[in-house]
Design a protein around this ligand. Structure first.
Ligand SMILES: [Zn+2]
Length: 283
């Protein structure tokens, strides 16, 4: 599933192809995504120029000249392919939408599992404002700082790993990077949130670990959507070099640690951690 770094990269790559271009035509191969694509979808964005492209947590927002916006969520397996047909890669069964732009470029939306969605947002309804109200601050924003996290978790007994996945607390962190950030900050994933944030230094470590890992992943992720070859497989996303994620029973990467990475299930999701490195000492 794409997390914040992947969505940020996809957003940046899309900007290169969409910004200031006009939608020439849209082909809808299936309207059965997470939300049904309405009949007038193609007509509503046809001949509209793209004014800006932004991201809120894991949502991509494409602003149109008429003040409407296209709200995009990639679900589990959504991604974009650029000019795949022209490059002879027209055998992709999972192309759900095809956008043809004024400069002849073609952008295919591919989605194996069809949990992604496209929604045309009416500016009058202030849906973006509502969306922002539903979400906590973006993990990479300045708002997401020690003071904020201490305040929002100070009464929570839920474990810290699950709290990081709660998009109302912080927008954009998913299962993979939550495990990685806790490992980097040396915080046990099963610890009660309120106990973690009692320690200001640890809270600060957690915030900087989250931001470090997200930025690092964005840096190594480079050009996900241009690599059409990758997109035929189960997932087109790049693989960040994980320290704990998916490394059950493998030796911990920390220097001087030979413990094996453990896997547990928290709120129905897998968590990976090192028992030895992720210990919170009493203050
Ligand atoms: Zn370790």
């Amino acid at each position: 599933m794409p997390e914040l770094p992947e969505v940020e990269i996809i957003k940046n790559n899309l900007s290169d192809y969409l910004a200031d271009k006009t939608f020439h035509s849209i082909e809808v191969f299936t309207n059965k995504l997470r939300y049904k694509i309405p009949h007038n979808f193609a007509d509503s964005i046809k001949n509209q120029r793209v004014t800006n492209i932004s991201r809120i947590a894991k949502y991509i927002i494409v602003g149109l000249e008429n003040d409407y916006s296209l709200l995009i969520h990639l679900g589990m397996t959504g991604n974009f392919l650029i000019n795949a047909q022209k490059m002879g890669h027209n055998d992709n069964k999972h192309v759900r939408l095809r956008f043809k732009m004024s400069d002849q470029s073609e952008i295919d939306y591919v989605d194996i599992r069809k949990f992604g969605f496209f929604k045309l947002i009416n500016p009058q309804k202030a849906e973006i404002k509502k969306l922002k109200e539903k979400l906590g601050p973006d993990a990479l924003s300045d708002e997401f700082d020690t003071k904020y996290l201490q305040e929002s978790l100070k009464n929570r007994v839920t474990n810290i790993k699950s709290a990081l996945l709660n998009q109302k607390i912080v927008g954009g962190i998913g299962n993979i990077y939550a495990s990685e950030a806790l490992f980097r900050a040396k915080i046990p994933p099963m610890m009660e949130s309120r106990k973690v944030v009692k320690n200001k230094t640890k809270t600060g470590d957690l915030i900087s670990s989250i931001k470090f890992i997200l930025h690092d992943a964005i840096k190594v992720g480079g050009s996900t959507i241009r690599d059409h070859k990758n997109l035929k497989g189960e997932s087109g996303y790049f693989q960040y070099k994980f320290n704990v994620y998916n490394r059950e029973n493998m030796i911990c990467n920390s220097q001087n640690c030979n413990a094996k990475i453990k896997k547990i299930v928290q709120t129905g999701r897998s968590t990976f951690y090192c028992e030895k490195c992720q210990k919170m000492r009493n203050r």
